[in-house]
Design a protein around this ligand. Structure first.
Ligand code: PLP
Length: 333
């Protein structure tokens, strides 16, 4: 169950891309994250970033409460993290950078230092950055996690997850490997084959999508109907300075817009786009737009004027024209 001649080449490639000692593929990003958390014991404690993929945050809150694992959700600067760490019981620090849906940038090296000082391990969800832009292991992380359903595969036709360890000889990683094997969370070989196909064009796709996202961000900032553009590549973004240090070759393909006209305007713009498709995934070759607060439901902390854009590899001028047309049409209703 835990090995396949089709999965191995995809895992080996991913380990090389991340500069790690070993990679493991999982049936989904959530299965990969669960294998990490299930390597802890009741009584252990996790410090995690508050702003992260909401599905994972919801699962963490539920699982940790039921399995008596302490959980503190914090703003991920090294000072806040240090304050939240409980020496002796904090085993895991979990961050996502850039993080959904405001693209907060976490200083991985600073957080790694804080975690390691207290004997905790740092896991970085690098789904949005991809190994093209950031290599968390080189910055001190112990494990990198990916929803490989996203940019690693890039064609929106696979659900997969991945973990890459800096050091595969630790008890922590052995437990994760056992969790995958005994819990049956392995990726099917057909999906591994599709993922390998996707990774062949990883750099081409991600570089093009990041360049498109940057052009769009620069173009729409200052638009009268756009109250704010959230993109780490813009100097106005609070994480820009860290992003410049930590991200290479671009700032990723994800950005969010906050609409001056609030929720009504946001829904109208999403509905008026023709090239940007209304769908909830990210990191594919096609551009997507979504109203996050609707997707996350009534308890969502995401402001209802926010639209999340996953920028694809189409022509940037076409994407900009599509957005401008949608912004214009929304204003006329
Ligand atoms: N991490 C991030 C940043 C994500 O966006 C997602 C999915 O949207 C996940 C993890 C979960 O991955 P999967 O959908 O492959 O289970």
């Amino acid at each position: 169950r835990d090995d396949s001649p089709t999965n191995r080449p995809a895992e080996d490639l991913l380990a090389r891309l991340e500069g790690g000692g070993e990679a493991l593929l999982f049936a989904s990003g959530m299965a990969a994250a669960a294998a990490v958390v299930q390597a802890l014991r009741p009584g252990d404690h996790i410090v995690a970033q508050r702003a992260m993929y909401w599905g994972l945050r919801a699962w963490l809150e539920d699982f940790c409460a039921r399995w008596h694992i302490g959980l503190d959700l914090v703003v991920p600067d090294a000072g806040e993290l240090r304050a939240a760490i409980r020496p002796g019981s904090t085993r895991l620090v979990w961050v996502e950078t850039p993080s959904n849906p405001t693209w907060e940038v976490v200083d991985i090296a600073a957080v790694a230092e804080a975690a390691h000082t207290h004997g905790a391990r740092l896991v970085v969800d690098s789904t949005v950055a991809t190994p093209v832009h950031t290599q968390p292991l080189a910055l001190g992380a112990d494990v990198v996690m990916h929803s490989a359903s996203k940019a690693l595969n890039g064609h929106s036709d696979v659900v997969a997850g991945a973990l890459v360890a800096a050091d595969p000889e630790t008890d922590f990683w052995r437990q994760i490997r056992d969790n995958r094997k005994e819990g049956g969370a392995i990726l099917g070989p057909f999906e591994a084959w599709l993922l390998l196909r996707g990774m062949r064009t990883l750099f081409l796709r991600v570089e093009q999508a990041s360049a498109n996202a940057r052009r769009i961000a620069q173009h729409v900032r200052g638009h009268p109907k756009v109250a704010a553009v959230l993109y780490p590549g813009l100097e106005s973004h609070p994480g820009h300075a860290v992003a410049v240090r930590q991200m290479h070759g671009g700032f990723g393909s994800m950005l969010s817009l906050r609409l001056a006209g609030g929720c009504t305007a946001a829904l109208a713009v999403a509905g008026a786009c023709r090239i940007f498709q209304r769908a909830t995934s990210l990191g594919g070759v096609e551009s997507l737009i979504e109203h996050r607060a609707t997707i996350e439901g009534p308890d969502s902390p995401v402001p209802d004027d926010l639209l999340r854009l996953s920028v694809g590899i189409e022509d940037a001028a076409d994407l900009i024209a599509d957005l401008e047309r949608a912004l214009d049409a929304a204003g006329r209703r």
